[in-house]
Design a protein around this ligand. Structure first.
Ligand SMILES: [Zn+2]
Length: 657
């Protein structure tokens, strides 16, 4: 499972201090960023070497993912690479620009279909012009075939078909099935699946399904001597080199199993690998490598190839350890009725990581959190790893600040508010999230006899509100400065102002005009912000201001706002602890659902005028071995800033298929 950052608006840690440029390029509906690797220099030489080989193994899988997305992707990419590198004609014309934008989109999507929407996209330059480029670099013989794939709107329309009346297997352009129907595939798996097995393998995860010459359904395995063999051989080579410098024996065993799985294609070995992989919680360097998520398959079976290398963020992980260790103090000091408090309270410590290399299904567009493995029975018996990826989240935030337009600039009242947010906002926001996750959800208790299901359909929104309020209340507590988590006693104000702005306005950019607010987290934010706005009105705690026809919400009194958060937390905890369904329903229905139509329209219009790119992706830093007297003495991180160059370099260096 993965959490995507498509809608990540703010988050981040600490203010941006250096001149490092995060936002590199913007085109179509996309932006390309880069990320830093905090903690790299603290690694030992052996850990760096381990990460280096894992990153090489990740990058060698690139072509697999391209081919999985559609079998025409690699032939088209090879032609595009040839043109970008060798075309000698006019490169300043508008048509060449349009061709280049197509190339950038192709690289971003790992193919001819949009990475998120999954529809085929088209070059803006004419087909005749594209043909002339191909002819100019000696690819004229491929024009008839490839240009039809690129330009014909009636073929290969969707990577994963969402058709409701057609055959989604036949209609999908993805390369998981060929010459077979949905019914045939389903019948085939029905016949081989053992439904009584309590530890089932992931049937079909690593194969393409087609028919043999006699018309029988067959699976072509993705393994070292099967389909994708040349790429998998390279991956295995690097995994073996990695194993030689692993941090511990669990990692060594896991890597040996992963290589064995790639050699045999045996899904039982894949499960054995995952069980070892889950056990490794002590290492600093970790990775994902294999056929992982099944979202791209219309039948939800086939794993998209993915590579990910990361290192533990000790500082951020330590913060959640401190919070967890002090869980009882927070519980004792929370502003709720003592009857609803836990007598013994434990926090949850989450692992925070920094990405070192993104590849395959995670490159350039990448998740901001990961929870693996996917097999339910392994998760139940052996656990799972749930991580948040700090440096990617930060890069999103910093890149948003670099953009000439931002929601902060548009919706914050004045320069002072903006500057204060830029200084402390991402820091305070991240700490609020830590409190929400590590302590908020785990706090409080139900009175005896109250069912956990008592809040019915309002449960999620109320639960999120409870966790958010717990976080908001304590973000401002002097204890946070004392524990060394908050940098100073005022930083929390950046989070308060941002929370109110978002809850009352900014988040509605994501709701279609005329529709109510229905998503649980968005309901929770609206509930909290609206309730505090109304209850604080007599003291002008939050003030609605209008300037040049634009609405703003400004916090005037932070202490009183904190007090309102405390009151609402106490009330929602009471509702949950007593199972007071009617009171919970009243809060949600009154404050969380209905959006003022005039304000909604205004917010949507202001947001659209910002012309922000909805989707983001990243280029990787290079990890470069440093040699001295023929021996590698260090691995240096080199930050590139050229998106196309990285794509072309990867094509040359890791072009296995
Ligand atoms: Zn939550």
């Amino acid at each position: 499972m993965m959490m995507t950052g498509v809608l990540a608006i703010t988050a981040g840690c600490g203010q941006k201090k250096s001149d490092f440029k995060y936002l590199l390029d913007e085109f179509a509906d996309l932006k390309v960023m880069r990320y830093t690797i905090p903690g790299w220099e603290e690694l030992t030489l052996q850990q760096k070497e381990y990460a280096y080989h894992l990153a090489e193994a990740a990058k060698w899988g690139r072509d697999i993912h391209w081919d999985q997305n559609c079998k025409w992707n690699l032939p088209i990419r090879h032609v595009v690479e040839n043109i970008l590198e060798n075309y000698k004609g006019d490169r300043t014309s508008q048509e060449f620009d349009q061709f280049t934008v197509y190339a950038k989109r192709l690289f971003f999507a790992n193919g001819i279909h949009h990475h998120y929407a999954e529809d085929k996209f088209f070059p803006e330059c004419s087909q005749e012009y594209f043909k002339s480029l191909m002819e100019a670099v000696g690819e004229g013989d491929k024009c008839a075939e490839l240009l039809d794939v690129i330009y014909n709107p009636n073929t290969l329309q969707q990577r994963r078909s969402t058709s409701t009346d057609g055959d989604i297997v036949v209609l999908s352009a993805g390369n998981f099935y060929e010459g077979v129907t949905r019914a045939e595939v389903e019948k085939y798996y029905e016949s081989i699946e053992d439904k009584t097995d309590e530890t089932p393998i992931a049937y079909g995860l690593n194969t393409k399904v087609t028919k043999d010459s006699k018309g029988n359904i067959v699976e072509i395995p993705w393994k070292i001597d099967g389909m994708y063999g040349p790429a998998i051989a390279k991956i295995c080579e690097e995994l073996k080199l990695a194993a030689a410098c692993a941090e511990n024996d669990i990692q060594k065993r896991a890597l040996a199993l992963l290589v064995k799985y790639y050699e045999t294609g045996d899904l039982k070995v894949w499960d054995e690998f995952n069980i070892e992989w889950v056990k490794d919680t002590i290492g600093t360097v970790d990775f994902i490598n294999g056929f992982i998520e099944d979202y791209n398959d219309p039948l939800g079976r086939k794993g998209a190839w993915e590579g990910y290398v990361n290192i533990k963020d000790h500082k951020a992980s330590e913060r959640s350890v401190i919070l967890s260790a002090n869980a009882q103090w927070f519980e004792d000091h929370s502003p709720v009725d003592p009857r609803f408090k836990k007598k013994e309270c434990k926090g949850i410590s989450a692992k925070v990581i920094n990405a070192v290399c993104l590849a395959g299904d995670s490159y350039p567009s990448t998740p901001i959190g990961i929870n693996l493995p996917n097999a339910d029975w392994i998760r139940k018996q052996y656990g799972s790893k749930s991580v948040t990826i700090a440096n990617i989240t930060h890069a999103y935030d910093y890149a948003a600040q670099e953009s000439p337009t931002s929601t902060l600039d548009e919706f914050a009242w004045d320069e002072a508010e903006k500057a204060f947010y830029r200084e402390w906002g991402s820091w305070a926001d991240e700490i609020h999230t830590d409190l929400h996750e590590c302590l908020g959800h785990g706090s409080g208790q139900l009175l005896p006899g109250v069912a956990t299901t008592a809040m019915g359909e309002y449960a999620s929104a109320l639960e999120e509100a409870r966790a958010d309020l717990f976080g908001l209340y304590f973000t401002a507590d002097p204890k946070m400065v004392e524990l060394g988590i908050m940098p100073n006693k005022d930083a929390y104000k950046a989070e308060y102002a941002n929370y109110i702005r978002n809850g009352l306005m900014v988040q509605f950019t994501r709701v279609e005009l005329g529709r109510p607010n229905t998503e649980a987290h968005m309901q929770n934010r609206k509930l909290i912000a609206e309730w505090c706005y109304e209850k604080g009105a007599k003291d002008n705690v939050i003030e609605k201001k209008v300037r040049d026809g634009k609405t703003y919400f400004v916090v005037n009194d932070y202490e009183k706002l904190r007090d309102l958060f405390a009151q609402l937390l106490a009330e929602i905890q009471r509702i949950k602890s007593e199972g007071d369904y009617e009171a919970g329903k009243y809060l949600i229905e009154t404050y969380a659902v209905n959006i003022d139509p005039a304000l909604h329209k205004e917010v949507k219009e202001r947001y659209e005028a910002l012309n922000l790119k909805p989707y983001g992706g990243f280029i990787n830093p290079d990890i470069v071995p440093v040699e001295k007297d023929g021996k590698v003495v260090d691995y240096k991180v080199v930050y590139n800033d050229d998106y196309l160059k990285q794509q072309l370099d990867y094509g040359k260096k890791y072009g296995a298929l």
